[in-house]
Write a protein that binds this ligand. Structure first.
Ligand code: OGA
Ligand code: MN
Length: 244
């Protein structure tokens, strides 16, 4: 457990203590409950400015101290085969492993969320992976889904990602509409209109990975987010999952 005097928390006056998960949800009463309710009723949840401030500040400080070299060009990972268009995505990422205090606090908060959603919605979320994203001026991520329905993958050689729930948080203070870079969340495959989400500081977006296509519009300003995915365990006798 890290205490308040450690450097990344040096400026905080709040009672927040790093690693003390109980403070996360209580600093925004009802956030986890609201997310659960939204997921249950509509499959997505958009919460402007909802990330506990101390956690957001901590993550922002982490980003500010990370050099550009820690970000690598994003590939389309295990979904690569589904994304034939090489112009789908232009941004850089850094996987969060929990080596920094900020990374540990983030993983603590997401594990609290995982536990809450499993209890409330019986989702059976089993593991979580996430990365920082940096979109430089001109970067974007075209319309995509984070996971394909298993029925669609039945006869395909593409491995299932097991991603069930996507979570995105934004770390951009003072974002104004001219900065563009909005997330557009489409309600289904046919929806062309979508819901516009401004990537302002502390906004927390959660949605069912298979059901909501989405895209990131070209940004006019450096844009930072964290994208993460809760996965279910689909180990079979001859395949251990997640991969070792
Ligand atoms: C992703 C993603 C959205 C965002 O990384 O899969 O959709 O707003 N990110 O950064
Ligand atoms: Mn996505």
């Amino acid at each position: 457990m890290v205490n308040n005097s450690s450097s990344h928390l040096g400026n905080y006056q709040s009672g927040y203590k790093s690693g003390d998960a109980s403070n996360f949800d209580s600093s925004n009463p009802g956030l986890f409950a609201r997310i659960a309710e939204d997921i249950h009723t509509k499959g997505y949840s958009i919460n402007p400015g909802a990330l506990p401030l101390s956690l957001g500040d901590c993550l922002l400080q982490r980003i500010n101290t990370m050099g550009d070299e820690q970000f690598v060009h994003a590939r389309v990972g295990r979904e690569q085969l589904l994304m034939k268009n090489q112009f789908v995505r232009k941004n850089e990422i850094c996987w969060i492993t929990g080596e920094s205090d900020a990374g540990r606090d983030w993983l603590q908060w997401t594990s609290e969320l995982q536990l809450f959603l499993n209890r409330r919605l019986l989702l059976g979320l089993f593991s979580f992976e996430s990365h920082f994203s940096h979109y430089a001026v001109g970067d974007f991520y075209k319309r995509h889904v984070d996971a394909l329905r298993s029925t669609k993958l039945k006869d395909s050689k593409i491995s299932k990602t097991n991603r069930v729930l996507s979570v995105v948080v934004y770390l951009n203070p003072d974002w104004v509409p001219e900065n563009a870079g909005e997330l557009i969340l489409y309600k289904n495959e046919l929806d062309q209109e979508g819901i516009k989400v401004i990537p302002g500081f502390g906004t927390v977006v959660v949605f069912l990975s298979e059901d909501f296509p989405h895209e990131v519009l070209v940004t006019n300003r450096d844009r930072y987010s964290i994208a993460g995915w809760f996965r279910v365990n689909s180990s079979t006798i001859d395949r251990v999952d997640p991969p070792l």
